[in-house]
Design a protein around this ligand. Structure first.
Ligand SMILES: Nc1ncnc2c1ncn2[C@@H]1O[C@H](COP(=O)(O)OP(=O)(O)OP(=O)(O)O)[C@@H](O)[C@H]1O
Ligand SMILES: [Mg+2]
Length: 404
């Protein structure tokens, strides 16, 4: 049985966001369906009216053809010429095919015109059954011929049928473009905020850092402190602070990529993290070759690996194994798979983990993976994604980079 995932408060936003999307989608579908339904009612009414008009037309035609008196023809002509919209074709023995409201070149020969009208009449009869006209001998009343009046929807009706679809398509295109434009400007704004904040932080850290470095040199010379190992510890912390500053300053500008040994970089991170986590957490690094080079910005790339490893540690609690595999793919690709033996990511939230601000942790900011994605995709033109995740097997993240 599927377990119900309990969402912490910080995740409710994502749930609400998707609910809103569904509501907007449902309302749009409802409006579209309503608009099409209403136009259909109008179309049916207009169709009925046109049908009545053609029937009257056919009756007048029948009357004219059967009549021998000129003055009655004058009255029926009124009806015949009143039809200015519905295209009609009929056939008479004496004059061949006749038509009204059909575009046909006057300059064509009579044979050619008949041919075109005949074809059109056949087409018309496949949508609307033609109306029969019975010709009788005026004296004996004997039926001597049956003729047919063919017709189709007027141009107005045809346009009305297409109208809601055209209108909705135009609206949909407009909506889509506005959505893209809105999304683009929002992303641009977010980028400005993060880049500005990162640069400013790096800048502010710079000054105290330089003075700390100077103080270390002073302490190194002090005979009382010199041999107590304090200076070395301080030095390590300051080095870490410098790395952090460099990361912030690099993410705030366009970093220059260099050819680096990937195995070396990963070992640097593992070497830094190993002593800082529980001894029951094991790191394993596998590679087929220790000389695979990639084009990366080392401080930023190390930051990504560090974030992924920290997440892995969080997912495993007190004990487990983090396996990092460096693989070579086709088309000069290098894959870095980082697997843990942790609790896995529930299926419904996998799509959210890279969104900034998304976290399931009490003390998380939800920035680690968003940052990793930005670094890999924007600065390295690579890819990063959840390759697999399972409650029993743990999670594997994959980074895809181009080899140097
Ligand atoms: N290896 C993993 N196993 C299980 N869940 C993970 C793993 N990595 C990430 N997640 C999930 O993705 C969420 C987002 O991760 P992300 O690193 O972006 O933020 P965070 O770790 O919560 O906070 P921060 O990294 O900013 O301190 C985590 O809260 C967690 O729910
Ligand atoms: Mg994290």
């Amino acid at each position: 049985m599927a377990k119900k995932v309990q969402l912490p408060p910080s995740m409710e936003f994502y749930k609400d966001n998707t609910t809103l999307k569904w509501i907007i989608l449902a309302v749009s579908v409802l409006i579209s369906a309503g608009s099409i339904y209403y136009t259909n009612i109008l179309v049916e009414q207009l169709k009925e009216r046109e049908r009545q008009q053609v029937e009257l037309f056919a009756k007048a035609l029948e009357y004219t053809l059967n009549s021998s008196e000129g003055n009655i023809v004058f009255i029926t002509d009124e009806i015949l010429f009143k039809n200015k919209y519905v295209p009609v074709i009929w056939f008479t023995k004496d004059n061949g095919y006749q038509s009204t409201n059909i575009d046909i070149k006057e300059s064509l020969s009579k044979e050619r015109k008949d041919e075109i009208l005949k074809r059109e009449a056949e087409k018309m009869s496949s949508t609307f059954a033609p109306i029969e006209i019975i010709l009788k001998d005026p004296e004996t009343g004997e039926v001597y011929e049956k003729q047919y009046v063919y017709y189709k929807n007027s141009a107005l009706l045809t346009q009305l049928i297409a109208f809601p679809y055209i209108q909705l398509s135009v609206l949909a295109i407009f909506g889509f473009i506005s959505y893209l434009a809105f999304n683009y400007s929002r992303t641009a704004e977010q980028n400005q905020v993060w880049v500005g904040l990162a640069k400013e932080t790096a800048h502010q850290l710079g000054t105290p850092l330089s003075s700390l470095m100077a103080w270390i040199e002073v302490l190194r010379d002090d005979p009382d402190i010199k041999n107590k190992g304090i200076v070395d510890e301080l030095d390590k912390d300051i080095r870490k602070l410098r790395i952090v500053t460099e990361r912030f300053s690099s993410i705030g500008s366009i970093p220059v990529l260099r050819r680096e040994n990937i195995f070396q970089l990963i070992n640097n991170v593992v070497g830094y993290l190993q002593p800082r986590v529980s001894s029951k957490i094991k790191f394993e690094v596998y590679t087929l070759s220790e000389t695979i080079d990639v084009q990366v910005h080392a401080p930023l790339f190390e930051w990504v690996v560090e974030n992924l490893c920290k997440n892995a540690v969080d997912a495993m609690g007190s004990a487990g194994t983090i396996a990092i595999k460096i693989l070579r793919g086709s088309d000069h690709k290098v894959f870095i798979d980082i697997s843990d033996t942790g609790k896995g990511i529930p299926k419904p939230i996998i799509t959210n983990v890279f969104k900034p601000g998304f976290t399931t942790k009490k003390r998380g900011w939800g920035l680690g993976l968003a940052l990793a994605k930005r670094i890999i995709e924007m600065y390295h033109e690579g890819k990063i994604f959840v390759k697999s995740s399972d409650e029993t097997q743990g999670t594997t993240f994959r980074i895809e980079l181009k080899s140097a």
